[in-house]
Design a protein around this ligand. Structure first.
Ligand code: PNS
Length: 159
């Protein structure tokens, strides 16, 4: 039984995240999507809203669970009894940070491995920050996020 964690802020979940969720869920038996409650950040959506959006957009996928967490990812993985962390790599510029994170996590818990998936090319440019910026200026974000998420962003920004 391979249980993996795909963690992030998901503020909000994008089609790039969904691409990694769908593809990694076909490789593992169970994928837990961990939504980070980060006190330092000031997110557009609350933790509960981010969890709800993820539940909505993954409802067709049979082996996905959405959970929130605070603190260290390695601790969350331990609680979930998961030994694999999934990360998406969009471009070489992601690599330094991802390598540092994977190695740090593995030193803290040598039983925990990080599995990288390269993001599909059509989403290689995409980030939640870009989506929010385009939406704030009234731009079309339908190519970047699922319709449910688009609706939530529009409501939040009222445009
Ligand atoms: O949304 P992001 O920036 O891709 O998510 C990054 C995330 C949540 C995976 C990372 O910040 C994280 O694991 N945070 C939890 C705290 C932690 O474990 N930090 C040490 C990482 S080396």
């Amino acid at each position: 039984m391979i249980r993996a964690i795909y963690a992030g802020s998901f503020d909000p979940v994008t089609k790039g995240h969904l691409d990694i969720i769908e593809r990694s869920s076909r490789v593992v038996d169970e994928l837990i999507v961990g939504v980070l409650h980060n006190r330092a950040k000031c997110p557009l959506f609350s933790l509960e809203e981010r969890v709800k959006m993820l539940e909505e957009v993954t409802r067709e996928l049979p082996n996905i669970k959405i959970k929130s967490f605070t603190g260290l990812l390695v601790e969350f993985a331990k609680e979930c009894e998961a030994h694999v962390i999934v990360r998406g790599l969009r471009a070489i510029s992601d690599f330094d940070y991802e390598l540092q994170m994977a190695q740090t996590n593995r030193i803290i818990n040598p039983e925990l491995d990080t599995m990288f998936l390269t993001t599909s090319l059509e989403y290689a440019y995409l980030s939640s920050t870009t989506v929010k910026e385009v939406a704030e200026f009234g731009g079309d974000i339908s190519a970047f996020v699922p319709p449910y998420v688009e609706e939530q962003i529009r409501r939040r920004l009222q445009n």
